[in-house]
Design a protein around this ligand. Structure first.
Ligand SMILES: O=C(O)c1ccccc1N[C@@H]1O[C@H](COP(=O)(O)O)[C@@H](O)[C@H]1O
Length: 605
């Protein structure tokens, strides 16, 4: 929720307010207002305002020429029009490249149809109370009226909002509510705000709503209708042992201390949140990359293997089994087994062993035994079957799964271990913009572990739009795809009920994507639930679109992304953003491992 504090002019008061996480500050250029900045307002005052706080000039029926002159002098980012300005007046300001807020004074008789002519000409509306003055009346209106507002343009709520309105504000819901504009309700005297009260208001309004756990796993291991533990009887004891222990261990102080120490000193966390200027310019917004590519081993997978190896140790397990497709999870598992001196057996389809020679060599160098799966298509699915067979035969082993898939508790356990990603994003954005919540979090989805981690702390923050990007391979209808949510159905795979791709006989189909990490015929049950409830938007990106996006990032920012992450980047091309949106893309891994593919697929490399 964006917060604007309006009606400022006193230099020392403004200085104090600048220490608060505000989004907008407003200056009244209407001479009949008690908050009028005055004819000789010092332009140095607006210059000292940090760039991330946007400066709004408030005008009433003023000539466009004068507005634009003052906008230049005071470096205003936004013009708020509070009089009887027409859509053409708004458009004229907008055409000059400045953002426009148009204020409307509401009462029960307000005709919302009036707004239709303004949508194109305004960036935001501001709904204030109908009064004899043009604004700043300190009067509230009945917010219920806004149920009638069905327009596209997001709005600020305004009109006499004060510290006593915190609960009402938190309870008020409207899909187009963008921010709050506060003014006379926080004044010591005209144009001088009570900084302590403003700070208290900010904290209370932004305090994380008590999680309603709408998207969390329930005690039976389900996300809505998805999840559960559909496993052979022979596996029951192993899975139950893990289910009974994982939360106790993860929540223990000792685990938290050991896990944090490893994340900080071995994995290399926190990973940076990089604002990418050239990409931001390209998409006309503010793009940040969460740099999982900078972790040890070069991808987010290590957050999970470090956590699971600790859980295995605490459970007294000495033998680790894993399956791997392209070898990345195998390498991350072999890495932590080497670190902890544990036996490591990695099952891998015989065909994948042939295709992924460097990763096979890495696993061997790290001391793991790589066992070929020679049944079926000799790919990931067959490797998983072998790993499960091994687990049944060797119950003292720990089966280390690499994504938010498999029977409960794996999806929840892996999500929690990856949630460090969104925990850090929140902390880093708070420092950077004053607000922990971005407008968008975008991540690629195969099984879905990097996306689950990037989404986790935002699941109940409905103002943050979650975007999951699947690999559509050669196209969603080409038969050569991995876009499970887009073309799949409900079914059962790897011990859980979820969405998967299957043929007419119900057989799971072989997925295809240029990116090995997205080449999976199912998706974690959390993501199936996010898709079904509409909490996350699912987009799909072809091989070619991902390759193009990888080139754009490499050549505009000097970062070569993993092919998986390139899918998340390519989704930017399918979306439209506002100038002041904050967009976080989870850059799940680095591109070194994909150089062979890039060299094969991109001309002149
Ligand atoms: O604040 C003023 O004096 C003012 C004068 C003329 C136009 C707009 C003005 N302020 C805006 O009015 C609303 C509501 O303020 P309040 O909370 O009721 O005091 C707000 O958008 C101010 O930006």
């Amino acid at each position: 929720m964006k917060i604007k504090v309006c009606g400022l002019r006193d230099k020392s008061n403004i200085k104090e307010l600048m220490a608060l996480p505000l989004d907008y500050v407003g200056f009244i250029f209407y001479s009949k207002s008690a908050r009028y900045v005055g004819d000789d307002f010092d332009a140095e005052i607006t210059k000292m305002i940090p760039l991330h706080i946007r400066k709004v000039g408030v005008f009433v029926n003023e000539a466009a020429e004068k507005i634009l002159t003052l906008a230049k002098k005071y470096q205003l980012d936004v013009i708020q029009l509070h009089g009887d300005e027409s859509p053409e007046d708004c458009q004229q300001i907008k055409d000059s490249g400045i953002e426009v807020f148009k204020a409307f004074q509401l009462n029960e008789d307000f005709q919302f149809e009036r707004l239709e002519a303004y949508h194109k000409a305004c960036d935001y509306f501001l709904f204030d109370t109908k009064s004899d003055s043009y604004g700043g009346s300190g009067e509230k209106f009945n917010w219920e009226i806004l149920k009638k507002y069905k327009g596209e343009t997001p709005f600020f709520l305004s009109g006499g909002i004060g510290i006593d309105d915190v609960e009402a504000v938190k309870a008020f819901q409207h899909s187009k509510l963008f921010g709050l504009d506060v003014n006379s309700g926080f004044e010591r005297s005209p144009a001088v705000k009570n900084v302590v009260l403003v700070e208290e208001f900010l904290k209370s309004v932004r305090k994380k709503k008590m999680s309603n756990n709408k998207y969390a796993v329930n005690e039976r291991g389900y996300y809505g209708q998805f999840g559960g533990a559909y496993i052979p009887e022979l596996l029951r004891a192993n899975v139950d042992e893990l289910r009974e222990n994982y939360l106790k261990i993860i929540n223990s102080e000792k685990f938290q201390k050991d896990y944090k120490r490893l994340l900080d000193t071995y994995v290399g966390r926190p990973t940076p949140l990089t604002k990418v200027a050239n990409l931001s310019k390209r998409f006309g917004t503010n793009i940040y990359l969460k740099r999982e590519d900078l972790t040890h081993t070069g991808a987010h997978k290590i957050n999970n293997t470090v956590g699971q190896i600790l859980i295995a140790k605490y459970m007294g397990k000495t033998r680790i089994i894993a399956e791997t497709g392209a070898g990345q999870h195998g390498v991350a598992t072999a890495t932590v087994c080497a670190l902890f001196g544990l036996e490591c057996i990695v099952y891998m389809g015989a065909l994948d062993i042939e295709r992924q020679a460097p990763n096979v060599a890495r696993m061997k160098m790290l001391g793991a035994k790589v066992v070929p799966a020679i049944s079926g298509n000799q790919t990931l699915k067959d490797a998983t079957n072998e790993a499960i067979r091994d687990w049944i035969a060797n119950p003292h082993s720990f089966y280390l799964i690499g994504s938010v898939v498999g029977p409960h508790p794996y999806p929840d356990m892996v999500t929690r271990l990856q949630s460090i990603i969104s925990k850090e994003i929140r902390e880093q954005l708070t420092k950077e913009t004053g607000n922990p919540n971005p407008n968008y979090v975008i991540a690629c989805v195969g099984g879905g572990s990097n996306a689950a981690g990037a989404f986790y702390h935002y699941l109940d923050e409905e103002d943050v739009k979650l975007v999951a990007v699947e690999a559509s391979g050669l196209g969603v209808n080409s038969g050569e795809t991995a876009a499970t949510i887009t073309i799949g159905d409900i079914g059962f795979i790897h011990g859980s009920k979820t969405m998967l791709m299957h043929d007419e006989d119900g057989q799971i189909t072989e997925p295809y994507s240029i990116s090995a990490g997205l080449d999976y015929p199912g998706v974690g049950p959390l993501h199936a639930h996010l898709a079904e409830t509409g909490r996350a938007q699912f987009l799909s990106v072809t091989d070619q679109e991902a390759l193009d996006a990888a080139m754009v990032l490499a050549q505009s920012e000097g970062i070569i992304p993993a092919l998986e992450s390139a899918h998340a980047l390519a989704a930017l091309e399918q979306m439209t953003f506002r100038k002041d949106d904050v967009v976080v893309v989870n850059l799940s891994g680095r591109g070194d491992k994909d150089m062979e593919t890039y060299m094969k697929e991109i001309n002149n490399l």
